[in-house]
Design a binder for this molecule. Structure first.
Ligand code: PEP
Length: 252
């Protein structure tokens, strides 16, 4: 049985004081075993401060990105070891904004996935189609391509502890949410891809989050789908009530 996992992607929002206040507000209200795993992924400059605010709470820390090299002359980048050093457990990789705004390829994502896993971080690997790809009936093909290339060479054991996130790009930050049936169909496809590449046991172990305009009022219906194991939340993760409301939705 997969334990639901709800993670907040704060993106490039908040200042230091607001990030600490949000983390402290979440920490004060999150219960020790609420039946759902929770994580927040603040901007990297606030990871340390947010880690301190979360100390003693059940909320884990994640980063929004990393570089695949272990260290050296890579100006502006952060290594997996640095993220672990400030208390990260998770790292989001291949978010659509990294793919489509920063031009990251699935091969870039794959290098990062290997570096994260080797260091002991849990990657949250995002895949998702653009609106024109969905309208052209290419969703399954795009998801398969991104999955195959982003997870290339990952062992079965490492795959089983990797988190996937299906985030249709047209639903991110737009208020347009995939219907539970639309989302479930892609999650099921993704799980079949994992089973075909690995085996049924690995496919059953991998948690697949849905992301794209998840809010407290649509979370329960989405997360009730058999292959949707939680949510990767952008906008609504910036408010304590909304984020915890979504977490509750994972349990209903
Ligand atoms: C995201 O950035 O991963 C996301 C899903 O954003 P939003 O919830 O704002 O659509």
């Amino acid at each position: 049985m997969r334990r639901p996992f709800v993670a907040g992607n704060w993106k490039m929002n908040l200042n230091r004081a607001d990030a600490v206040a949000l983390a402290a507000g979440l920490a004060a209200r999150a219960t020790q075993d609420g039946g759902v795993d929770l994580a927040v992924c603040p901007p990297s400059v606030y990871l340390d401060a947010v880690a301190a605010a979360l100390n003693g709470s059940p909320i884990a820390l994640g980063a929004q990105n990393m570089y695949h090299e272990a260290g050296g002359a890579f100006t502006g980048e952060l290594s997996a070891a640095m993220l672990l050093d400030v208390g990260c457990k998770y790292v989001i990789l291949g978010h659509s904004e990294r793919r489509h705004v920063m031009g990251e390829t699935s091969e870039d994502v794959n290098r990062k996935v290997h570096a994260a896993l080797a260091a002991g971080l849990t990657p949250i690997v995002c895949v998702g189609e653009l609106l024109d790809q969905r309208e052209a009936g290419r969703t399954a093909e795009v998801i398969a391509e991104q999955f195959t290339a982003s997870l290339a060479g990952v062992s079965a054991d490492d795959m089983a502890r990797t988190v996937m996130a299906y985030e249709p790009v047209w639903a991110i930050g737009t208020g347009k949410v995939a219907t539970p049936d639309e989302a479930e169909a892609v999650h099921l496809d993704l799980r079949k891809l994992i089973e075909d590449r690995y085996n049924a046991e690995v496919a059953a172990a991998v948690r697949i989050q849905y992301g794209g305009s998840v809010k407290p009022d649509n979370a329960a219906e989405l997360l009730a789908q058999p292959n949707i194991d939680g949510a990767l939340v952008g906008g609504a993760s910036l408010k304590v009530d909304d984020f915890l409301g979504i977490a509750r939705g994972a349990l209903s």
